[in-house]
Unconditional design. Structure first.
Ligand code: CP
Ligand code: NVA
Length: 338
């Protein structure tokens, strides 16, 4: 039998550590996680018999308060690929926060599972879990942050451009949501210039911007917030958008449509980057996306945050990005549990 293509000494050690925001890893550790995700992606083509399972015997709890396609499936497949068992526990299945405090549930789960992936509302819930569980806790999205998403985004950007340092990324839309917060943070840690393009009402918080400015300065990049899309996009290598109304904010739908209609990513905007015809532009979206009428929400409205011609264009890398959720979540689990 040929050797496993992944030598143990290439696995960064984040043993026992949680990932609640990208602040929980250093710049170097984040790059190491991305390198591990690349190696795991290549290694997945090796026949299973040639792969030493990296999470054999581990049990992982997936505690989810909100819906998920990618994060849930990425975690389940990542765990299974490496010989671990992942158990999905929706908030309706367990007592979490209703009949039992977060601290008590955390201590119980921590006695049985080796790691916990959490998706939910208040960020305080994931920090409470991490404080009490005694095992690594990974944030699979809260109202404030979506760190595992950004690992996949950066992996995708590097696959497309061969480098991260010096790229210009424009996040356009709801500039203060979980994805935007973590994208600003992640880009600043690897030297990507970030322009957040949003209406003033939806600008990132001063706390997020100030923390990112420190990271960006260390890595030679800049963070800016711009109101007009035509001012934001020239020179962009990455146009990134997300839904205008995040999970839990459904009551604000009408107001968000009013504020964000001018921020739709369409072909005209992509052309304004000046990089589309040069092959120096990609489109990213964490998904799910409202790009046509094929959803219950958009049947009568049509495309919202991005048009179909952008979403389906060759420069759209959204499905590479979705696949990379699995490789990056696997990297995080392996680094924390090996
Ligand atoms: N991007 C993302 O987190 O997708 P899901 O909501 O489907 O997990
Ligand atoms: N901002 C979105 C991201 C979904 C992956 C939400 O929180 O609903």
């Amino acid at each position: 039998m040929r050797e496993d293509s992944l030598p143990m000494n290439t696995i960064p050690s984040l043993r026992g550590r949680s990932l609640l925001t990208l602040d929980d890893v250093s710049d170097a550790e984040m790059l190491d996680l991305l390198a591990l995700a690349d190696a795991l992606k290549k290694r997945r083509h090796q026949p299973p018999a040639r792969r030493r399972p990296l999470l054999a015997g581990k049990n992982i709890a997936l505690v989810f308060e909100k819906s998920s396609t990618r994060t849930r499936c990425a975690a389940i497949v990542a765990a299974a690929d490496e010989g671990a068992h992942a158990e999905y526990l929706s908030k309706n299945d367990i007592h979490f926060g209703r009949k039992e405090s977060i601290a008590d549930s955390a201590r119980v789960l921590g006695r049985m599972f080796h790691g916990i992936l959490f998706r939910g509302f208040a960020h305080a819930t994931v920090t409470g879990l991490a404080k009490h569980a005694g095992v690594p806790v990974w944030n699979g999205l809260t109202d404030d942050a979506h760190p595992t998403q950004i690992l996949a985004d950066l992996q995708t950007m590097r696959e497309q451009f061969g480098t991260l340092q010096g790229l210009k990324a424009v996040f356009i839309g709801d500039g203060r949501n979980n994805v935007s917060n973590s994208f600003i943070q992640g880009c600043a840690k690897v030297g990507v210039h970030v322009t957040v393009c949003c209406p003033p009402e939806l600008a990132p918080s001063r706390t997020v911007l100030e923390a990112a400015a420190v990271d960006a300065q260390r890595n030679g990049s800049r963070i800016e917030v711009v109101t007009r899309p035509e001012d934001a996009v020239p020179g962009a290598n990455v146009l990134y958008t997300d839904v205008w109304v995040s999970m839990g904010e459904e009551s604000q739908f009408a107001e968000r449509l009013r504020l964000l209609r001018p921020y739709q990513v369409n072909l005209r905007l992509a052309q304004l980057t000046g990089n589309l015809d040069q092959g120096r532009l990609i489109f990213l979206h964490c998904l799910p996306a409202f790009h046509n009428r094929d959803t219950e929400v958009t049947r009568d409205l049509g495309a919202l945050e991005c048009t179909d011609d952008v979403f389906e264009a060759p420069f759209s890398k959204v499905f590479d990005q979705a696949e990379n959720r699995m490789h990056t979540i696997k990297a995080m689990m392996v680094a924390s549990l090996s």
